[in-house]
Design a protein. Structure first.
Length: 387
């Protein structure tokens, strides 16, 4: 009996050794950033000069970062065209001219709201102003998630006492950013100094504060904490590799980002899993209702707009809206640009490469976003219909 038990013990150990060897080979052959924590490279890039430059130019201890002005710059977009970005004293993107009358609509959001890749008059806030014949201010900031956009709205609203409507633009992928406390945990190629507020448990968790923007060691501690606890956290690679591999495959990062991309190639909507997540739904509904509560307290009409990234998902946000209709604030107007029936998704983006474009909407795409929003506002009686 003892010999048999010893034999089984040896066999069990041998199987564990094989499993560990297999896991180690997977570790060596796969893209490690898809499965394992990559903080070592990020933290190694941090330095006092970089932190000081970020703090002085864009860093903010509430929003994470912001647009500042007055400022103007010329950049080359992904097609090689020159694009002008001009910001007023409040950090709003403008055409450099004074607003034609009191601002009626304040829009916040990410780079899709900001109008990356096109000149100001081709952005959707500028198009919307033209369609409705009212003054619209554009406070979109590249890289923002809806948590930051909402906090940005709270900061800017005192500047616009005549506003009637506030619009929160949410590109589908912003769901990922909403749950993220430090951008490099989610996007390794992001700016290294972008700690940020995020949603957890239905509540807004703030940026860790000004001290992290002034003290590099404190910044590193906050960044390390984010790598440990972020919704998108991944396990650190190391012995036992089999356990680390198991944890990596079970991480939110792998499931909602890497697995979802493979399922997209099989025909699933690109963000379907994220929009179906109980955690993400809880936090998104809560944030939208906080946005509506804030607007209501100021006698403003709250409007939330979902914007597809490209043709690989044009249904998930609409499904989310239908599933949660009974949970939204009764004054919230909410819609999905994908509901516009005649969009040509092949030309919606400036440049489309198998669904993984690095570009933003084309002038056509931005015009379609504005067309949808204008129609939604008129449909809900916020502005008069053309009919």
């Amino acid at each position: 009996m003892a010999k048999k038990a010893f034999f089984y013990l040896i066999m069990f150990g041998f199987m564990l050794l094989l499993l560990e060897g297999f896991a180690y080979v997977v570790y060596l052959l796969t893209d490690r950033d898809d499965l394992f924590d990559h903080r070592e490279g990020v933290l190694a890039r941090l330095n006092n000069d970089g932190l000081a430059d970020f703090r002085e130019n864009r860093g903010d201890s509430v929003l994470g970062w912001e647009n500042r002005g007055p400022l103007s710059s010329e950049v080359t977009n992904c097609r090689g065209d020159q694009v002008s970005y001009i910001y007023d004293h409040a950090g709003a993107r403008t055409n450099g001219l004074a607003a034609p009358g009191p601002v009626e609509i304040v829009i916040v959001g990410d780079s899709y709201t900001h109008g990356d890749e096109v000149n100001y008059d081709e952005s959707y806030p500028a198009r919307l102003a033209s369609y409705l014949g009212v003054s619209v201010v554009n406070h979109g900031v590249g890289g923002y998630g809806p948590t930051q956009s909402f906090l940005n709205l709270e900061r800017r609203m005192p500047l616009y006492p005549d506003a009637r409507v506030v619009i929160l633009g949410i590109m589908y992928e912003n769901l990922y950013r909403m749950m993220n406390a430090y951008r490099p945990v989610l996007y390794d190629t992001s700016s290294d100094y972008t700690l940020k507020p995020y949603m957890h448990g239905g509540e807004i968790h703030p940026h860790p504060g000004q001290d992290t923007l002034e003290n590099l060691e404190h910044f590193k501690l906050a960044a390390g904490k984010a790598f440990d606890n972020d919704f998108w956290a991944k396990p650190q690679a190391g012995f036992p590799y089999s356990l680390a591999l198991f944890k990596g495959i079970g991480s939110n990062y792998f499931y909602y980002r890497k697995l979802q991309k493979q399922l997209r190639n099989l025909g699933m909507q690109e963000y379907a899993l994220a929009f179906e997540s109980d955690d993400i739904q809880l936090n998104l509904v809560s944030l939208l209702n906080k946005f509506a509560d804030y607007a209501g307290a100021l006698n403003l009409k709250p409007v939330a707009i979902f914007i597809p990234r490209n043709r690989y998902d044009t249904r998930s946000a609409t499904r989310f809206i239908k599933q949660n209709l009974g949970e939204f604030h009764n004054e919230l107007v909410i819609g999905d640009v994908a509901g516009l029936a005649d969009i040509d998704w092949q030309v919606f983006n400036t440049q489309e490469e198998e669904g993984d474009n690095i570009c933003h909407p084309s002038p056509y795409g931005y015009a379609k976003i504005a067309e949808y929003i204008a129609g939604l506002l008129k449909q809900n009686g916020i502005y008069k219909s053309d009919d």
